[in-house]
Design a protein around this ligand. Structure first.
Ligand SMILES: Cc1cc2nc3c(=O)[nH]c(=O)nc-3n(C[C@H](O)[C@H](O)[C@H](O)COP(=O)(O)OP(=O)(O)OC[C@H]3O[C@@H](n4cnc5c(N)ncnc54)[C@H](O)[C@@H]3O)c2cc1C
Length: 572
């Protein structure tokens, strides 16, 4: 028996983007009911783990033009310039607003907002609250959201399907994890704010919950995934766990070192001179891999690694600006950065690609919006600049909240019986999975195979041959995932079912990613193909769209919105 409830809009995701959207929608229309559905308690969303900061101009030596151009250049000219323009203009207002809601931005002695340097940015533009930015941002948003009685929360509800009737998205089907019961949560518009999909790779900074559910929900509902080939590696994750050592460690003056004790980045010509560590993430990650290949990496049981050296910054500075980095290094690898090197390697960090949206956060499916890491607007193009994405969640979370509410105001409630019938069908599909005792494929082994296929074929450096293998492998893994074997028959907190649903989502994305990557015969931003080492604007200055079909993704293209920043060689 499916339970049903009605709201004006439904938001899936309780991270920065989802909460910001909810506040915007609830504030705009106090009489409207806003459902906020999240598979974890909102404060456990991945946003909480962001460390480094959020970008917006604050200093006199900075300008909207500079923030805009840095972002366009960082994107390797694949970012949509109308989106970028809107973003840089709205960013300072959003960060100030967040402070009104309680976010304690670190300040200079004269009371001005303190900013730090991040890779690929011309000046210090990253606002921070020590190195626990995500925690403070999410806490302020969550706390503020509780002021609105018209935000109705569904915590620990796992959304498994978008309910689409008459070509309009009108709600979601969700599994209540605590009871195992199904719900039809209906609204006249839906916003996806479900975050990224780093867990499709084996080494990642991403939390366990980042399985790209929202991307798969939209993909199955016929919405294309855009630019899935662009995956950001962060140069400094801990080997083994992938735990992030924030870019702020380099922004505050840390060095990267190889096994010869050299500050090797100085040798890589980005044009950033003695600020070699402040190159953008894609370039620094490639440099580290080249050091490994030249035999200049350290080695331990997890393979090669390089080191972050903070020793010259001194204990006082480290404790004042990077206390969390010290805490993480001590706790997870028993290293005190005041005296020792922190081992690091490039790890998957962020998906530039995602659900195809435009500047209004709308997807091509009427009634469906998306914001935050799940969406591809495209602010980040082929490579995201560090600290732009937290701000993106705020700016485009608000846009999505506003526009979804407007859409809902202008439309009538859908046919409840038909929507609930769809949710009943969905409940039956999931029920058939639970403890099925049939099937020959194990969730864990398929997951490992998927992880390995992507790491081998679609890592920092890619080749046509290895990408083709990854595309074949991910297709076969997706097909085999239809035959999963589950043992746990219980309804209450059945985590095996959740893992199965997450895997079924991830295998769709893995294939879309590999196929999109294989088709792009050039190197741009985070997509570095050894067979085609240069950027090819003549043939590839467009967004890739992947449409789902039973036989695998069908690729299409979408124009990039160019503006007054003409494509040029990306040099630092
Ligand atoms: C370790 C780390 C550090 C980072 N540091 C920075 C930084 O310093 N600066 C910066 O700009 N960016 C940083 N990023 C990136 C940035 O934090 C993320 O892109 C951003 O927080 C994503 O927010 P979001 O709201 O889109 O999604 P998330 O915060 O990931 O939230 C997703 C929400 O969706 C819900 N959800 C997902 N699937 C379902 C489902 N099936 N059903 C119901 N609910 C669902 C989850 O419960 C969750 O509430 C960092 C990322 C990581 C991993």
């Amino acid at each position: 028996m499916v339970q049903s409830s009605r709201h004006d809009i439904v938001i899936v995701g309780g991270g920065a983007a989802g909460l910001r959207a909810a506040i915007q929608a609830a504030e705009a229309n106090p009489d409207a009911s806003v459902a906020l559905v999240s598979k974890v308690y909102p404060m456990r969303s991945h946003t909480v783990s962001a460390e480094g900061g959020a970008a917006a101009i604050a200093r006199e030596d900075d300008s909207l033009e500079l923030h805009g151009f840095d972002t366009v250049k960082g994107s390797d000219f694949l970012g949509d310039q109308d989106v970028i323009q809107y973003f840089v203009e709205d960013a300072p207002r959003e960060l100030a607003l967040l402070e009104n809601w309680g976010c304690p931005w670190s300040r200079n002695d004269d009371g001005s907002v303190s900013t730090r340097a991040f890779g690929g940015m011309t000046t210090k533009r990253t606002w921070y609250a020590t190195d626990k930015v995500g925690f403070h941002m999410l806490h302020s948003l969550f706390q503020h959201s509780m002021r609105f009685p018209n935000i109705v929360r569904y915590d620990e509800f796992f959304v498994t399907k978008l309910l689409v009737e008459d070509g309009v998205c009108q709600g979601v089907a969700a599994l209540e994890i605590r009871t195992g019961e199904f719900h039809a949560i209906l609204g006249r518009a839906v916003i996806l704010a479900t975050g990224g999909a780093g867990k499709i790779f084996p080494f990642t900074t991403n939390g366990t919950i980042k399985t790209g559910d929202g991307m798969a929900l939209a993909y199955r509902a016929g919405v294309p995934l855009k630019d899935m080939e662009f995956v950001q590696y962060h140069p400094t994750g801990l080997p083994g766990t992938g735990i992030l050592i924030t870019e702020a460690a380099r922004g505050e003056g840390g060095y990267l070192r190889n096994n010869k004790d050299e500050r090797f980045l100085v040798e890589y010509d980005y044009g950033v001179g003695d600020k070699a560590e402040l190159g953008p993430r894609d370039m620094v990650s490639r440099a580290i891999i080249q050091e490994f290949e030249a035999g200049r990496g350290f080695e331990n049981r997890y393979g090669n690694y390089c080191a972050v050296d903070l020793r010259h910054l001194g204990e006082e500075h480290i404790d004042a600006k990077l206390p969390f980095v010290r805490e993480l290094a001590r706790t997870y690898i028993g290293v005190d950065p005041v005296h020792e090197y922190i081992p690091i390697r490039p790890v998957v960090h962020y998906m530039m690609g995602g659900v195809d949206t435009d500047i209004t956060a709308a997807t091509p499916l009427p009634g469906l919006y998306a914001a935050g890491e799940v969406a591809c607007g495209s602010l980040n193009g082929a490579n995201r600049l560090g600290s732009n994405s937290l701000t993106e969640c705020l700016v485009f979370g608000a846009v999505a909240g506003r526009n979804a509410m407007d859409f809902a105001r202008g439309s009538a409630d859908g046919d409840q019986a038909r929507l609930v019938a769809q949710a009943e069908e969905e409940a039956a599909r999931v029920e058939a999975l639970r403890g099925n005792g049939k099937g020959s494929e194990q969730i864990s082994s398929l997951r490992v195979e998927m992880n390995s296929a992507l790491e081998a074929g679609c890592g920092v450096y890619r080749e046509q041959g290895t990408m083709a293998v990854a595309a074949d492998a991910t297709r076969s893994i997706r097909q085999r995932a239809a035959d999963l074997h589950l043992k746990d028959t219980s309804k209450v907190f059945n985590t095996e079912v959740i893992s199965a649903l997450e895997l079924l989502n991830m295998v769709e994305l893995a294939e879309a990613l590999a196929v999109s990557a294989l088709h792009r015969k050039e190197s741009r931003g985070a997509h570095t193909c050894r067979d085609y080492p240069t950027r090819d604007d003549q043939n590839f200055l467009y967004h890739t769209l992947a449409h789902r079909t039973e036989d695998g993704p069908r690729l299409d293209r979408k124009d990039v919105n160019l503006g007054h920043w003409e494509p040029q060689e990306r040099k630092y």
